[in-house]
Design a protein. Sequence first.
Lengths: 171, 102, 297
Amino acid sequence: MISIQLLLLIVLGLVAIWFGWRVFMTSSMVRSALSLMASMIAIGGLFLVMEAEFLGVLQIMMMGTEMSIMAIFMMMYMMDPGGLGEMDMSHQKNLSITGAVIISLLIGGATLIIDWGPIAVNIPGPHEQNRLLGLEILERSMMIFETAGFTILTGMIAAIAVALSVKNKRN
Amino acid sequence: MELLLTALAIGLVLFGIGLYGALSQTNLVMIMMGIELMLGAAMINLVAFWRYLHPESFSIQMFVLVAMTVMALEGAVGFAIATQRFRTSGTVEMEESADLKG
Amino acid sequence: MIIGILITLFFLAGIYFVAVLERWSLSGTMQWSSPVRSLLRLFIQEEIKPRKHDSIFFEAAPVFFIAVILLTISILPFGEGLVLIDLGTGALFINAALVYVMVCLLMAGWSVNGVYGMIGGWRALAQLIAYSMTVVMVLTATVMRAESMFLPDIIESQQSLWNILYQPIGFILFYLSAMAIAFLPPFDLPTAESELAGGVWADFTGIRKLLFRLGRLALILTLSVAVVVLYMGGWLGPWLPGYVWIFLKTLLVAASFFAVGRFVPRIRQDHLLEYHWKFGIPLALFNIFLVGGLLII
């Protein structure tokens, strides 16, 4: 008996994997960035299927913006000829494939060995989830959340500092 | 059980693809894409653990929020490095960055 | 069921009305037959494909544009209990869907392999990222008042006082951001007629152009509904049934969009971004602070 949830998981998972694969298989930069976006949207869809509604919508919202920005940066630095020029942009292929396969096999083996225990059936509804997540953020994990905010501030300052053009004073 | 394993399998394959991309691409922005894919795979796993193992523990959802923060930050700092790299050497190819060795 | 059909007819009439208004904002005269004429013209227009266009994006962009807007429509309440998908995070989803308007414009601008289209697409990116920022911030303030992200709850929270009076700063910011997201004049930089000769849409003809223009009209109407739901009390109003109130307020908001656009000159791209990042976002944060203070008192 195959449930609707399982079916949706499989379909969206295949979509995510397919687009994730296309990211590295196309020679057009904008296509590559938008493939990554499609993959991320499919991941957001997976969150929605797994009933984490807030996270799913947040993921869909954030990735739309982030991957469009990625597309423009790809364009700026890559001289994309509109997906017309074929170019090979990879190195150490064998090493990467071997490494990825070995590590995947290790993780997969671990996944199968571990006894996951009973599966939860009942979960809170979306309204209740939003409330509980808010309480979690403002009570137990407040420090972590504030650290995340502070990290963003640090990251902003670091990004601006790195990207500033340095004038060479000796000249 | 098969639901959890399906979700974990999707995460696993995406992680593998991301790792392959991060290792094999020569371009800084493409390497970042690989890292983003790996983080996405990690988030799938976290949400699957929340949904199928511990739906009462919201620190897991909190952790996903932190992972999203990391994703955004990785984007910002990575693009800053790419910008600076492009300014100084005119390219973001990692093959040509041997001068960073010192 | 009957009410559903009625609302659909109302909003089709609304799209027609918006099309007439769009014409009015350019020419200054009300031409009631112009939407029909341009519809027929676009149907029989020759479909020109630019040389070496990116075929996937070229075909997909107009369809996605319509699909995104239909997604937004599906979560908005059009009357008491009349909502297609009652999402627990509806307020956030409005912004999540509108972000993809930007992605569609980017795809469209990129796909045509032309300079005007590409500049229009990148302009749309800069403009819509900036403005979706304020949208999500002022949405936070309305959600704070309702203590819920359900859109019907947000309407119910305005029973005593509409949000337009409770948080006027948020209303102004959301109103301007809505105009910028629908790239209406004076924010029509991605499709600027005089600078970019049509910008993003310059190389789209025939049915594809028709899809874009229909989608844009529906987008304007959708954003008007969002303004009404979030700030003007939705279905709250005396005598008439709720869905009629929403419809009337929506038309009022849509008409006011065009009235603003007709009499204000187009803003320069750098001014648009500068004013927004330097004044709009601090104001939005201040609005959150203010509403929080008012709620505690």
